[in-house]
Ligand binder design. Structure first.
Ligand code: IMP
Length: 424
């Protein structure tokens, strides 16, 4: 029996968790996603096939693995149906091995409409959301009037719940000619999916407990990154869920002892989409070069990502708040061509040095990173599979990062393909 691992992103999302989860899923029996929604975009490349999944755990691509979507995820039922059809078109049979928590809240078309209106209302300082309705759906959940998967199985109950939404959201929905405001249409479309969801629905917490009892190994899959955590990230420039390890406990209904190891995914440099402070952002040719070499465009929205050097200050925060045991470093090969590679080791704020992320966002927006410069390796590392075969400067870079963070390196990704990986 291998250990039960949780995989979390340690930066602002887009660390390459899709590939890491795909690799770790090979050793697991069960894969369970615990938070977020279709704002995520997990890209998995297997030979010449590319899969981009937003809601369904990446583990589904491995034949025979059981996958769960937990109560902490907000599910766009129409998006989920599209993903299921996509899997079917790729010859992947999900029946009997993909289950969805009956307690998960739904993201409905009006949530997307509200998301876009709220972004417009924020005027010159929008959050830069993915417009997938995530924030408004979590707001309804916490306000205790959200609509959950189980509500789809009772026609009258669903109707009543939607009628209540019409009252609650009348200022947005009444008189709107946007089809996403049409609750009758939403009702009919949801009823069209209710049989499908009845087949998928499960008590995920209970099923995971049973799996554990049987000695099966479980991989808990997070989305986004810890700097986007609604409590511990760069609030309000955050997503609306707990992207950190705590989110796995509440988002799946498991206890802390159900997790044996915490794997943090760290891209070898930093990127961020959407607005908010980003101390090591490079708005110069080097930033452009990182974007070009790393193909840094969003998997969900296609937006160009903001790029910068690795930031050890924010990574220390990520390691601490998640209790990270080991890291998976991704996209090392993107740094191959640089003469020098910088790493922020501290920040400076009003003449003072900081080694931790300041909690006040205004302070974080004003810090200046203090860099350590390391020599580049100027050698193609694409596809290297042995740590010893990496150029000396690349090894030194990785060892410096792991040493500072006090973690071990579990694996290093040197390309998009499964086989382009170093298992350390
Ligand atoms: P929301 O989650 O769509 O509400 O967006 C809130 C913030 O989180 C925005 O800055 C988004 O760009 C960011 N975000 C949400 N999901 C992801 C993701 O999967 N990767 C990277 N950034 C994300």
């Amino acid at each position: 029996m291998s250990a039960n691992k949780v995989v979390v992103g340690c930066q602002w999302g887009d660390e390459g968790k899709g590939k890491i989860v795909d690799l770790l899923a090979a050793e697991a029996d069960v894969i369970a996603r615990f938070q977020g929604g279709a704002n995520a975009g997990h890209t998995i490349i297997v030979d010449d096939q590319k899969y981009i999944l937003h809601l369904i755990p990446s583990g589904i691509i491995h034949p025979g693995k059981i996958c769960y979507i937990g109560n902490g995820v907000v599910i766009d039922p129409f998006g989920l149906k599209e993903e299921l059809d996509f899997l079917t078109s790729k010859g992947i049979d999900y029946k009997g091995r993909l289950f969805v928590s009956a307690a998960a809240n739904l993201v409905l078309p009006y949530h997307k409409l509200i998301d876009s209106l709220q972004e417009k209302n924020r005027g010159t300082s929008p959050l830069g959301t993915t417009m997938r309705g995530i924030g408004p759906a979590y707001v309804d959940k916490v306000a205790r009037h959200g609509i959950r998967v189980a509500d789809m199985f009772n026609r009258e109950r669903l109707k009543k719940r939607l009628e209540y939404q019409a009252v609650l959201k009348s200022n947005v929905l009444t008189g709107s000619d946007d089809e996403r405001a049409d609750l009758d249409r939403t009702f009919n479309e949801l009823m069209g999916l209710s049989d499908l969801f009845e087949e998928l629905a499960a008590d995920v917490s209970l099923e995971l407990a049973k799996a554990q009892k049987k000695g099966l190994s479980i991989l808990y899959e997070g989305a986004q990154g810890c700097m986007l955590d609604v409590d511990l990230g760069t609030y309000p420039y955050a997503t609306s869920s707990n992207t950190t390890v705590g989110g796995a406990l509440t988002g799946l209904g498991i206890g802390p002892k159900a997790i044996d190891q915490v794997v943090g995914v760290v891209k070898a440099y930093t990127t961020r989409v959407g607005a908010g402070p980003f101390p090591t952002e490079l708005v110069d040719d080097t930033g452009e070069e990182l974007r070009r070499l790393g193909d840094e465009y969003g998997a969900t929205t296609g937006r160009p990502r903001r790029c910068g050097w690795l930031d050890l200050v924010s990574l220390r925060h990520a390691v601490r708040i998640n209790g990270v045991d080991s890291v998976a470093i991704t996209k090392l090969d993107v740094l191959d061509e640089f003469d020098e590679i910088k790493v922020a080791t501290e920040y400076e704020l009003h003449g003072q040095r900081l080694s931790e992320v300041p909690l006040d966002l205004v302070d974080l927006a004003h810090v200046r990173p203090i860099y350590k410069s390391l020599p580049g390796w100027k050698t193609d590392t694409t596809g290297i599979t042995n740590f010893a075969d990496l150029p000396e400067n690349a090894r030194a870079y990785l060892e410096f990062v792991a040493g500072d963070l006090g973690v071990t390196i579990a694996l290093i990704s040197t390309g998009a393909q499964r086989k382009e990986t170093i298992f350390v």
